[in-house]
Design a protein around this ligand. Structure first.
Ligand code: SF4
Length: 354
């Protein structure tokens, strides 16, 4: 018979008490409420990777998706261990690029560009460690949604062209915000590369054709509907949304930006939010003096973020007193070093040091 929620929570809390500062539980904003409630810290990708890097805990249990836990494993010290309660928690966007496709794209673009000298890769953190390592080995950097603008600006100061991957919408929205003209933003479709590659010579930003299957579901007509049905409501969206949605919104920013914007708005204000539904529902619950609802109808959930349940967290924690590291995330050293250099360049680009 399945263990009851109360019993699972009690077991998790008991292990937390027992291990004290040796244990750090991190939860992404899109996780289920019961997981977020038990975490020591909740945040977006940037905040969580920073927490992991600064922590002295022996075990960091990462409730999120795999690339996030992998990023934490790259940043922590050798004696620290990162564990993920659901090893199958992937990311649709991260799966849209692999190192073989990337190497292939690089090779094809080398027919028309001196790729080593005039093309700098920038990888969204929503990528595997192997993709980050490819980027790091070529002098490129990682970015998160909250650091994308600073990292893209940093890269464009160093190179005439940037290969931004894998989120085409984050890339286009960010390039537009930096004033890059449309004709200088060119898409790269890894499944259908064009026969004529000459147009990439005109590009300043080349975008990998990937997208998040949660944020892609918000459409321009959703914004139009909200404007019609909720006059006075403001629209705030994540930059992984389509550019046509971003163009119609009042505000655009990372999950942390969205949270701050709603929290700091005056009592009585009304917000249609274009991001993952668990965050939107939590925002609504935590801001009872405001009206907060999803921009989408129906509101989209991330299937991968939904995988982690209390029983999974309890299972990982149960192994620790027994000396078992269940759900251990390991990154081979040769991959770790390259990926770490790409992540460290992100800190450099945003002026945060190493
Ligand atoms: S919301 Fe999108 S980008 Fe985030 S983990 Fe889910 S699929 Fe990946």
């Amino acid at each position: 018979m399945m263990e009851k929620v109360g019993g699972l929570k009690a077991r998790i809390e008991e292990t937390k008490r027992r291990l004290g500062e040796k244990l750090l539980i991190l939860a992404h904003h899109y996780q289920r409420d019961e997981i977020v409630e038990l975490a020591d810290f909740r945040g977006d990708s940037l905040e969580l990777s920073r927490r992991a890097a600064e922590s002295d805990a022996r075990w960091i249990v990462f409730c999120g998706v795999h690339f996030m836990a992998e990023t934490a494993a790259i940043l922590v010290r050798p004696a620290q261990r990162v564990l993920i309660p659901r090893e199958d928690a992937g990311c649709f966007l991260a799966h849209s690029v692999d190192p073989v496709q990337l190497r292939d794209a690089w090779k094809q673009l080398s027919q028309v560009l001196d790729v080593e000298r005039e093309l700098l890769p920038v990888a969204y953190v929503n990528t595997s460690a192997a993709v980050k390592a490819f980027v790091g080995a070529r002098g490129g950097a990682c970015c998160t949604s909250s650091s994308a603008r600073q990292v893209l600006a940093w890269a464009l100061e160093r190179s005439p062209r940037v290969f931004f991957l894998p989120d085409q919408y984050l890339g286009r929205n960010t390039a537009r915000s930096l004033g890059i003209p449309e004709e200088e933003i060119v898409l790269w479709d890894p499944h259908h590369p064009p026969a004529d590659l000459s147009r990439y010579r005109q590009a300043r930003v080349i975008l990998w054709r990937g997208a998040c299957n949660v944020h892609v579901r918000f459409l321009p007509q959703d914004v139009d509907r909200v404007r019609r049905e909720h006059p006075g409501a403001q629209v705030v969206v994540h930059p992984e949304c389509r550019p046509e949605v971003v163009a119609r919104a009042d505000e655009v920013g990372s999950t942390s930006y969205i949270i701050r914007t709603v929290q700091n708005s005056p009592s009585g204000s009304s917000w249609a939010v274009g991001t993952e539904q668990r965050l939107v529902a939590r925002l609504a619950a935590e801001n009872p003096d405001k009206t907060v609802f999803s921009l989408g109808d129906p509101p989209p959930y991330c299937a991968y973020m939904s995988l982690t349940r209390l029983a999974d967290l309890a299972e990982v924690l149960a192994g620790l007193p027994l000396g078992e590291e269940r759900g251990l995330v390991e990154v081979p050293e040769e991959v770790r070093a390259g990926a770490a250099s790409a992540l460290n360049r992100m800190w450099e680009a945003i002026g945060a040091g190493g």
